[in-house]
Design a protein. Structure first.
Length: 89
């Protein structure tokens, strides 16, 4: 026979497999985009937090050099007594 017989079940199976592959690629792309966005947001938050902490340390160091009282430095910077005491003048 020269003409191949059409097999509906095989055709449906092939289509489903193709659609599954497309859906998988789309899902991976969406997951990567979401993960990238979350990573950027977390990185920015960490950077801001670290920057604020470094600024508090810098302020405490200057206050300590100006002979401010420990309690006042702690109140103004939010640092612990140990953090302030460990600062070099």
């Amino acid at each position: 026979m020269l003409i191949a017989e059409y097999d509906y079940d095989v055709d449906i199976a092939v289509q489903r497999e193709e659609e599954r592959g497309i859906a998988l690629k789309e899902g991976i792309a969406q997951g990567e985009a979401k993960g990238f966005s979350l990573g950027i947001a977390q990185g920015e938050a960490n950077g801001i937090s670290k920057g604020a902490y470094q600024k508090a340390l810098e302020t405490a160091r200057l206050m300590k050099q100006s002979h401010c009282k420990l309690d006042f430095i702690m109140q103004m910077t939010g640092l612990s007594a140990e953090e302030v005491e460990n600062l070099s003048e």
